[in-house]
Design a protein around this ligand. Sequence first.
Ligand SMILES: Cc1ncc(COP(=O)(O)O)c(C=O)c1O
Length: 373
Amino acid sequence: MKGEYALKRTIPIAKPVLGREEVEAVRKVFESGILVQGERIKMFEKEFAEYIGVEHAVAVANGTLALDAALKALKLGSGDEVVTSAFSFIASSNCVLYQGAKPVFADIDPRTFNIDPADVAKKITAKTKAIIPIHLYGQPAEMGALKEIAEDHGIALVEDAAQAHGAEYEGRKVGGLGDIGCFSLYATKNMTTGEGGIITTNNRELARKVRLLINHGDTGKYNHVILGYNYRMSEASAAVGSVQLKKLDRSNEIRKKNASGLTRGIEMISGLTPPYVRDNVKHVFYQYVIRVEESYLMDRDKLAERMRGNEVGTAVHYPTPVYRQPLYKELGYGKTVCPIAEDASKRVLSLPVHPKVNEDDIAYILNILKEIS
Ligand SMILES: Cc1ncc(COP(=O)(O)O)c(C=O)c1O
């Protein structure tokens, strides 16, 4: 069994699901000659808003700019604080820095790796203007508790939904649970336009401001009413986005099935902990992340190396809490400590779960893990 699998398989950690339909959609755009600011963007925005169940969606060039535009629309600035997770991709807090505001890091839940509402509550001050939870790895953050905190303090709730297209919290899709939601459509995400992003909201005024911000503050015919930017998405990207959106539920189902298969095997291995899924959410497994416990026979990095030696791609999301990044140390975060994020950064290991992973791949991954363990 071992030899048979070992010789045959190379399983990357990520692979986009792209086919003829995307190629055809792009071809049509180029043939039309309308490459920017046309009907495809409008159509994609409408379809995405309907899918999430919100009134407005605004497509942008990437997820980082989605967050930036959202915070600019909320008028964040110097002296303001924003509480966000210590354990995320750096864009979640960098977008706060772009405003001249201060990210304040909250620790995480050790089981889900999502921001811990109890620690968020402790980090709120008179200067706090917003909370940015991240739906990490495709699992919604604890939005009920976070919404309560935001409402009690009269502050904004900005969802970083970059990793959670189609994920649900108590039956409602993320991106429509806070004041404004921000998605990334980067190449590895559950749906992609290569580079891309999209902002979702039920707040008409925020949607209006975001639309102005991403297009040089133009109300039409070169009438510029605010300082805006060019954060626009292209027509070709929007056309791909529409096709990808149609495939999203099916892709998420395959991710979920792959995750269940992996969990069934990993549960049997002492020292490895499969992902914990809260019972009030739909997790869409952007990443399938295990914990390599202290009791396991080797450390996380050694296990990753052994998997790599067997052609199984792995990744560490993320090897350090954000405040430990050189940039943040330089900014004076040297004394910040979030112990659970620190521990998680040493233990997490992402295994392939994307829709191009099939049952044989899962069997191969589990077989390798069992042999190593
Ligand atoms: C949690 C999180 N936030 C924000 C971003 C930024 O998105 P993008 O890479 O599209 O700028 C990413 C993406 O990669 C992400 O994972």
